[in-house]
Design a protein around this ligand. Sequence first.
Ligand SMILES: [Zn+2]
Length: 140
Amino acid sequence: MSDAPRTSVPGLTVTQDNEFFFRAAREGRLEIQRCTSCETLRHPPAPACPSCRSFEWDTVESTRRCTLHSWTVIHHPQDPAFTYPLAVGLVDLEEGTRLVADISGVDHDDLKTGMELEVGFSEHAHGEVLPQLRPAGGQA
Ligand SMILES: [Zn+2]
């Protein structure tokens, strides 16, 4: 038995199209899927390019620098795997794609559209390592 908190959050669904993302996160890197036909970046990972429909892709490593596009602060429903109130942000990555992740280390009253953040990583309820938004200039 694990001593992880009981959670109703489902585990990851890992596929051949998103395995790279979760593996890179475990290694402290944020990777973005790139179409090798037209070089369009896309996130979340998907089998085909939305621009040219190619199934060929590789990945590029993100700088993890981003700006806050929007956010919400969740109070309910609460799950034992998280601390509430829980801020969740949508950020524009420097590379041009967007990412959704929880926000840590910023007072919720200080959140502002356009503020600089960076992507770090944290371990979640089932041991998975996922992106987490943090103040710019911190440690991964
Ligand atoms: Zn393409």
